[in-house]
Ligand binder design. Structure first.
Ligand code: HEC
Ligand code: HEC
Ligand code: HEC
Ligand code: HEC
Length: 183
């Protein structure tokens, strides 16, 4: 039987949180802010944004970029053996936005969308960049800061992590068994 919509949402959220915490236990990721971000109600950012790539984000978010660069997410494309680097079975989780119109296509044309980049978790950010650029080089008023923040997800809604980390959602991993180093 289908549960009520509200119950489903709650279940979805608890899966995200459980995954966040399970991953946090493996180290490197602090689940506390993830729980906080997922629990907060956020207005939806403007629709129809295109992917800008990680470098464009780094231009304004250097600290976050440097932190991200030291995580396994930054190198998740390089994990793929060469014969899989154009394989549609692998790319949805090892690149940004593969299969979407402005997402990763191939390594020549979309170098800056390889790996689990910023927009894999925050969603595409072209309009966020436009909004932020209106206020570049000035101190933001609280209203302006809200406008900028509301133009991108703090974390995409739904099972943002579990979309790729399926094992945490008790499905088997999509990664071929012979390539797994840990179980
Ligand atoms: C022109 C500068 C600029 C660019 C480019 C930019 N941002 Fe931002 N972003 C900001 C500013 C300013 C804020 C407001 C908070 C702050 O001052 O740090 C912000 C806030 C955010 C937030 C917080 C959202 C929230 O709900 O609180 C996220 C997440 C974010 N940016 C991600 C990104 C990502 C991902 C990209 C690349 C697609 C990107 N930004 C590109 C300037 C920029
Ligand atoms: C549904 C998302 C998803 C798909 C599809 C996917 N992967 Fe992965 N892959 C992951 C995640 C998440 C990890 C990190 C594993 C972990 O620590 O949970 C990973 C890890 C890996 C690793 C490192 C494994 C290790 O144990 O060190 C390799 C290699 C890899 N994937 C190759 C592939 C290949 C090749 C394909 C396509 C045949 C593929 N993956 C498809 C999500 C995916
Ligand atoms: C694996 C998912 C993931 C990736 C990849 C990722 N982020 Fe985030 N980011 C989050 C989560 C979850 C939060 C909210 C929790 C927090 O504030 O730490 C967040 C928060 C932020 C914030 C808001 C900080 C504030 O002041 O409120 C900014 C800005 C941001 N990320 C930028 C980036 C940029 C730039 C990149 C790429 C270089 C990036 N993120 C990559 C998950 C991710
Ligand atoms: C677009 C797919 C994707 C999304 C979304 C994603 N990840 Fe990942 N994640 C990966 C891949 C692929 C790897 C493998 C990188 C490696 O092992 O080098 C990985 C690795 C990790 C690792 C390191 C695991 C290890 O065993 O070394 C942690 C921790 C992690 N992710 C947490 C998260 C969290 C928390 C979120 C949500 C906020 C998230 N991820 C969202 C694809 C994703």
């Amino acid at each position: 039987m289908l549960r009520s919509h509200k119950e489903c949402l709650k279940l979805g959220l608890s899966i995200v949180l459980a995954a966040g915490f399970a991953l946090a236990e493996q180290g490197r990721i602090n689940a506390q802010p993830i729980a906080k971000a997922a629990a907060e109600q956020e207005p939806a950012p403007p629709a129809d944004q295109t992917f800008t790539g990680t470098k464009a984000c780094a231009a304004c978010h250097f600290d976050q970029f440097m932190k991200w660069k030291s995580t396994p997410h930054a190198k998740s494309f390089e994990l793929l053996p060469e014969k899989y680097q154009a394989d549609a079975k692998c790319l949805p989780c090892h690149t940004v936005g593969f299969g979407q119109p402005t997402g990763f296509k191939d390594i020549k044309t979309s170098l800056d969308l390889k790996g689990t980049g910023c927009e894999a978790c925050h969603g595409p950010g072209s309009k966020h960049e436009e909004v932020a650029k209106k206020y570049a080089n000035q101190k933001l008023t609280p209203d302006q800061e809200k406008e900028v923040r509301d133009s991108i997800w703090k974390i995409q809604p739904g099972n943002a992590c579990v979309a790729c980390h399926q094992m945490q959602g008790h499905h088997d991993s999509s990664t071929p068994p012979e390539l797994r180093t840990k179980k």
